[in-house]
Write a protein that binds this ligand. Structure first.
Ligand code: WQD
Length: 344
């Protein structure tokens, strides 16, 4: 009997790739998504890759009744991976209440429903944004949590606190918090990938849209940082590597191998790369020149962050392995695929 895992936000970027890895690892998946920031066609991509369509329910997780009904209709849920959240930093500054309500109420409803339906295991999509600009690098799971610089980042910090408090209250929940660094790339099949709706905020989708001619030029936000080439440094992790860490986390919980009821892991490569290094590597790997211009720093950006990955490597037993070149090639292949689909 296959174990059933609920993936909220499963038609999104990381959620869809994690669904593929779960199904290929032999799990049944129920995706819950309101499609507010993703497309139903992602299910076809998942089916083309795995040969099966995951179960899917479209509703807003802020509707507690719907969450309860869904869990009642799907007895035997083994675990939940919670991705569903609004995640655009600038939008969160403009619309803080929308972010606090959506990102926190959905979490609270899920945790309530878990108690009601005896679902114990929970994997939460968190972010390195909780660290802000770390004082020392690489950043470890015990590095200080800095005051959030956006309502989006604050919802991640508050969500982690809510989960911690539920576990401390002795509720029958065992959780793993996964703090992502910068997820990039696409599935090697180019059948699923990042689908930014509107103008991309993140670097790599902006690079691929500039490469394919949708965007006139890429703006590089600052080259006056205290870094080797002046541009900001991040820890870019392949989305398939990242997704595999979720399968490992689920298996850890189901096998009772977690060392405590709440564990936290940084998911990065451990290597910091600058914006200009990403651009240069993309150009070398694909042979496509990127038209870019250096402009002022972007409000709220930090100078550099990259992960200490020892805990994830040695305790979780997971390591990022896919090269930057292969990752950027997959992002480019995906961009070309969606453009031909849209023009098809
Ligand atoms: C990376 C670097 C930019 C676009 C954010 C969230 C984080 C997570 C990932 C959700 C920065 C530079 C970018 C562009 C540029 N989101 N850049 N020109 O800001 O590190 O992280 O997205 O979970 O929580 O904070 O990612 O890809 O936006 O930027 O120069 O057009 O690329 O300044 O240095 P970021 P990013």
């Amino acid at each position: 009997m296959k174990k059933l895992v609920v993936v909220t936000g499963g038609t999104g970027f990381i959620g869809s790739h994690t669904t593929v890895e779960l199904m290929e690892a032999g799990y049944e998946v129920l995706i819950i998504d309101d499609l507010s920031n993703s497309r139903i066609e992602v299910l076809e991509g998942i089916e083309m890759i795995t040969g099966r369509k995951p179960m899917f329910e479209k509703f807003d997780l802020c509707d507690r009744g719907k969450v309860m009904d869904c869990f009642k209709n799907h007895p035997g849920i083994a675990a939940i991976i919670h991705f569903a959240a609004h995640k655009a930093v600038p939008e969160s500054v403009d619309k803080p209440l929308m972010y606090y309500e959506n990102n926190l109420l959905s979490l609270i409803n899920l945790l309530e429903a878990m108690k009601e339906h005896g679902i114990k295991y929970f994997v939460f999509s968190s972010s390195c944004t909780v660290y802000g600009q770390p004082d020392t690098l690489p950043v470890t799971e015990t590095s200080p949590i800095k005051k959030a610089t956006s309502p989006y980042g604050n919802t991640k910090q508050i969500a982690e606190d809510i989960i911690q408090d539920v576990v401390s209250a002795g509720d029958p929940v065992e959780a793993i918090l996964l703090r992502y660094f910068n997820p990039i790339g696409a599935h090697p099949s180019a059948l699923i990938g990042e689908l930014p709706i509107g103008i991309p905020l993140n670097l790599v989708p902006f690079i691929t849209q500039t490469a394919i001619g949708i965007r006139e030029e890429l703006k590089v936000f600052g080259d006056d940082y205290n870094t080797p080439d002046g541009s900001a440094i991040r820890d870019y992790i392949n989305v398939v590597d990242l997704s595999r860490a979720h399968v490992v986390s689920i298996e850890r919980l189901l096998a009772g191998k977690n060392k405590s009821a709440l564990e936290t892991f940084n998911l990065g490569t451990g290597k910091g790369l600058s914006v200009l290094e990403i651009i240069n590597t993309f150009e070398k790997t694909t042979g496509v020149k990127i038209n870019y211009r250096i402009v002022d720093r972007r409000e709220g950006d930090i100078e550099q962050v990259y992960a200490d990955t020892n805990l994830a490597n040695n305790e979780l037993g997971w390591k990022a392995t896919i090269s930057l070149e292969e990752t950027l090639r997959s992002a480019w292949k995906w961009e070309q695929y969606i453009r031909q689909e849209n023009n098809g």
